[in-house]
Design a protein around this ligand. Sequence first.
Ligand SMILES: Nc1ncnc2c1ncn2[C@@H]1O[C@H](COP(=O)(O)OP(=O)(O)OP(=O)(O)O)[C@@H](O)[C@H]1O
Ligand SMILES: [Mg+2]
Length: 405
Amino acid sequence: MTSLESQIEELTARLRQAEEQLAQAQKMEAIGRLTGGIAHDFNNLLTGILGYSSLLKTFLPENGKGYEAAAYIERSARRASELTRQLLAYSRREAPTFRPVDLQKVTVEAIEILSRSVNKNVEIHTDFQAPPKPMSGDAGALVQAMLNLGVNAADAMPDGGHLTFSTSLFVSDGDVYFNDVLVPEGLYVSTCVSDTGIGIPEEIRDEVFAPFFTTKAPGEGTGLGLSMVYSCVRTHGGFVRLVSSVGVGTTFQILLPVMEESGDADEPRATEAEIPRGNETVLIIDDEEIPLNLLCDVLRSLGYTTLPASSGEEGIEILRYAPEKVDLVIVDRIMPGMNGIETLARLRAISPTLRAILCSGTSKAEETPSGGVPDGFDDFLQKPYERETLARKVRSVLDAKPSKY
Ligand SMILES: Nc1ncnc2c1ncn2[C@@H]1O[C@H](COP(=O)(O)OP(=O)(O)OP(=O)(O)O)[C@@H](O)[C@H]1O
Ligand SMILES: [Mg+2]
């Protein structure tokens, strides 16, 4: 072959590759739009499931079977809303929100969900060797990735078997490749999800991470699980590879970079004991999903029961259902339809002693020219806020003697 011929051949190959990539990108864009729309609608439904399952819990005696069931619905709905959030992020290619994460906790959380949902003859084991090094990441997305791997593993063992989650520290000397991608020099936490299932035949190993690649029957799998795992791991600066042997089992290994040790990494933990907590029930009204979820998550982490509502109308519905169960409302100032101030007036008509905090992205001075707390509200919360600020405000409003209104 002449050198010209070989050049033409190489260019043709590259062109074909570029064409394939373009087709793939177009397919992904269409999927993105579709999943974005579905995820959005789902989130609205899940807000109701989450709110009412939390509320149901408040009617039932703790330790009872009913309470446990409601708590399980609530946890599952929370996971589902994390999944839809992840789908939204995936479809918009958004960067996830990164915070310090303990990967072991993430894994334990995924196992807790799996242990309730997978076939009883699948035995789940753990082998945590890695010291708890913090990493930077999106805990919700990582739990989802572990869940996807766990579900796949369980699916590969229809007659039962062993599913093992193990962690260890991994050092790359800069000459390690995962799926043909170079793993740069550094310290990583390695997590392996291993099964004793059917294995993955060699001829499809390169394809399993592709979106919509599935060997499952129609209606049983969408083929998005591993592509989500892949994109999640990559956005975390991590790497993934698989080792499989047909009839023996499969291991997916994930590497995630360990966070640089920083002097103040321990600071929040030192003050954790001093942050005031509570067990009251807080109704949270915000039309925007992320601040709503965030408020709920933070308050739940402080021990409170939260009832999320995405509009004034929905908040009123929830309160009307059980006015005596709700101790405090946190409502966003600006919402389409009924705004925060109008909403409070309607809520107070149902529950006159309800405490209330107004929340807004604009400053208090802009809200009320006098700089005081807007009419009828006990306090004002400026977005964005620190967890500790929120904890103190909520506690102090709840502890203040009911007065005026
Ligand atoms: N642990 C495993 N053992 C054997 N095969 C696996 C395993 N994990 C993945 N696979 C193969 O890879 C394919 C793609 O997995 P992926 O999770 O992306 O999609 P899926 O499980 O088919 O559908 P879903 O979107 O519901 O996750 C599977 O259909 C299966 O053939
Ligand atoms: Mg899957």
